[in-house]
Write a protein that binds this ligand. Structure first.
Ligand code: PGA
Length: 253
């Protein structure tokens, strides 16, 4: 059975104190209220990780992710953070290829492939983001665009490695805009992504890979999105900044 995962991407929000308070609230609520088999992941800014990991250690359901990692192991890369550093502060996952990083830092599919590799080699599990811009969807090329992102960044992996990757489909036009993909649009793309994974790795592998939806997910729309057969959870931005909303989304299953 593939895992159900709800990851909260804090992006560049929260001072250290605010982040610690939010993490504590989330962990307490999850411990008190979440009985289903759902994995929650807090994707915090780098500076929060070391201390938030002590809080997430209080729950067997809550894990910790960084929002990016260097493709280099160590050395003269000012401002970058390595896999070993992230592991040393308790991160279990890393978000790779978020559309904001692709747009503002020109991250390419090839560079992301290298980050996927170094993460897996170091025992950090990638949450690999893909998704199309509005123009691409309007031109009807969204499926080809997204499958190409997967092909160029992931398809060099062995099946065993691929099974460690979580895919997050995040249509750029739905991120932070309040416009959510319709349930049908989300399911259609998730199904296409899974079929594409199956072409390369076979049905047995594809059916084990969690595919998360991201883009203006909130407590009011999460139950319907998560009811879709190929939607295995969410990557939540804005709504992850409020513990109540985030935990309500976790409880949407
Ligand atoms: P949003 O962000 O939920 O605020 O739309 C999602 C994301 O970028 O991961």
């Amino acid at each position: 059975m593939r895992k159900r995962i709800v990851a909260g991407n804090w992006k560049m929000n929260n001072t250290l104190d605010e982040g610690l308070a939010l993490a504590s609230e989330v962990v307490n609520m999850v411990n008190d209220e979440v009985t289903d088999d759902v994995m929650a992941i807090l994707c915090t800014p780098f500076i929060h990780l070391a201390q938030v990991s002590k809080i997430t250690a209080e729950s067997d359901k809550v894990f910790l992710a960084a929002q990016n990692v260097s493709e280099h192991a160590a050395g003269a890369y000012t401002g970058d953070i390595s896999v070993a550093m992230l592991k040393s502060v308790g991160a279990t996952h890393v978000v790779l290829g978020h559309s904001e990083r692709r747009a503002y830092h020109n991250e390419t599919n090839a560079q992301l492939a290298a980050r996927v590799d170094i993460s897996l080699a170091g025992g950090l599990l990638p949450i690999f983001c893909c998704g199309e811009a509005l123009e691409t969807r309007e031109s009807g090329k969204h499926e080809a665009f997204v499958t190409n992102q997967l092909k160029e960044s992931l398809f060099h992996l062995t099946a065993e490695e691929m099974l460690k990757v979580v895919v997050a489909y995040e249509p750029i036009w739905a991120i932070g805009t309040g416009v959510t993909a319709s349930t049908a649009q989300a399911q259609e793309m998730h199904k296409a992504i899974r079929a594409f994974l199956a072409e390369k790795y076979g049905d047995a592998v594809a059916s084990e890979i969690s595919i998360l939806y991201g883009g203006s997910a909130k407590p009011s729309n999460a139950p319907e999105l998560f009811s879709q057969p190929d939607v295995d959870g969410g990557l939540i931005g804005g709504a992850a900044l409020k513990a109540r909303d985030f935990v309500d989304i976790i409880k949407s299953y």
